[in-house]
Design a protein around this ligand. Structure first.
Ligand code: AMP
Length: 420
């Protein structure tokens, strides 16, 4: 072991488990690619102000959890705590919304950073795959995103997740509700900090997990009762489309989520096998975000699914993804000449796209065959001096254990045929 360890709240992805992570990212991306979403990659850091304005000055993410720093050049930057603000910033900067094809549909995959109190399922460095549909107000778009996330989880074999759905209203009806909620909160027995939060962002108080706070919130006004007719109709249409698609959801009038930019549709995917960190993904509509960061009005909707927690959900359900074996052929040379001859065959096989590995380091037959076994290869090719003198290699089927000599000039074609 070296003197160094992975920083607190982080962990390394190592083989073979890392293959599951790749497969999860791929499974989430597949339905998006199949639905008109193009891949976008943005920097790992952005101006602090983008997140302060975008995610919200009063959110935990911005006030407590951001890795913010000043560069040598004096720029105030932050490691990205989430993806939406960056993606919208990039789309606006490149004028994607002016190319005439709205909504602009984008998907991304990457690392995100939050200075949180680490625990199982909650890390300081984590991984998300996300999708954003920018510049259209259409309940079908909200439904599409929820359906695609549902499809992604199902394609992984997950069954123990639920979709929680709510509407947060719009700039017409939310302020009315906000004021009513604030009135209600002012009458409660709350600590200083919570009272302050009630003034800045009262909806966030609904999210407070402490039992003594929750108890007092039983009779809190509910946003649903304040939705304007347009928001009600919009929300009803989203629900109707989900029902028609056979995607089950639960109405959760208390769902507010920790980011300030959401309007109308908000949703969260929770998994019941994960304990306290049960949210595997979430998202919603953010019709005002573009204007908040200095852009034109661009109603948009998106989500981000957590890769780390999706992997934990797979473990909780005892699901092992059918991962193809990494190596198909494993070459075992016995002696110097065989090393050169077999190495050339390995290169040839790889150029044909056959996953091949080689016993490096001059191992003996026994050790090398153990490695061949561990590699999961279907075939081993073994050659010693005598084989080469006869112009053959031994081809061993690792499944049946059968072994037979094959001509040196035929072996590549033979393996290609057998591996189809
Ligand atoms: P959020 O941006 O907070 O809505 O997060 C979206 C998803 O990202 C969550 O549902 C989690 O699956 C994942 N996520 C957020 N924060 C963390 C974290 N600190 N550690 C691991 N996963 C996280």
């Amino acid at each position: 072991m070296s003197t160094f360890k992975a920083p607190k709240g982080t962990y390394d992805l190592l083989p073979p488990d890392s293959a599951t992570f790749l497969a999860v990212r791929e499974a989430i991306a597949r339905p998006l690619r199949n639905s008109g979403y193009g891949y976008i990659e943005t920097p790992g850091f952005e101006s602090v102000d983008l997140f302060a304005r975008g995610v919200g000055e009063s959110t935990d993410i911005v006030t407590k959890e951001m890795y913010a720093f000043e560069t040598k050049g004096g720029d105030r930057l932050a490691l990205r705590p989430e993806g939406t603000a960056s993606v919208l910033r990039a789309a606006l900067e490149a004028n994607l919304h002016k190319a005439g094809n709205l909504p602009v549909k984008l998907w991304y995959s990457g690392s995100y950073y939050r200075y949180e109190r680490p625990q199982k399922g909650r890390y300081r460095h984590f991984s998300q795959v996300g999708a954003e549909a920018i510049g259209a107000e259409d309940p079908a778009l909200d439904a599409e995103l929820i359906i695609l996330a549902d499809q992604a989880y199902r394609s992984l074999g997950l069954r123990g997740f639920r979709v929680l759905l709510n509407s947060l209203g719009d700039k017409e009806c939310r302020p009315v509700y906000r004021a009513a909620l604030q009135d209600f909160l002012r009458g409660l027995d709350l600590d200083e900090e919570t009272l302050r939060r009630a003034e800045i962002n009262p909806l966030r108080v609904l999210d407070d997990k402490r039992p003594d706070v929750q108890k007092q919130l039983t009779d809190a006004p509910i946003l649903r009762d304040y939705l304007c007719d347009a928001c009600k109709a919009y929300h009803e249409e989203v629900r109707e489309l989900l029902r028609a698609a056979g995607v089950a959801f639960e109405d959760d009038p208390r769902l507010v989520r920790g980011l300030d930019y959401y309007t109308r549709t908000t949703f969260e995917f929770v998994h019941d096998g994960l304990g306290s960190q049960s949210a595997v993904g979430g998202g919603g509509r953010y019709d005002g975000l573009s204007e908040m960061i200095g852009g034109p009005a661009l109603p948009s909707v998106g989500w981000a699914l957590g890769v780390d927690r999706t992997v934990l959900a797979l473990e909780a359900e005892g699901i092992e993804l059918p991962l193809p074996s990494v190596t198909s052929v494993y070459a075992v040379p016995l002696g110097e000449e065989a090393r050169r001859v077999l190495f050339a065959k390995v290169t040839e096989l790889r150029r044909l796209g056959i996953a091949t590995d080689f016993a490096y380091g001059g191992k003996g037959l026994k050790g090398a065959m153990k490695n061949a076994n561990r590699s999961g290869a279907r075939y081993a090719i073994v050659a010693g001096e005598r084989d080469l003198a006869e112009g053959v290699v031994q081809l061993k089927d690792m499944e049946s254990g059968e072994q037979a000599p094959v001509g040196l000039n035929e072996i590549v074609a033979e393996l290609e045929t057998r591996l189809g």
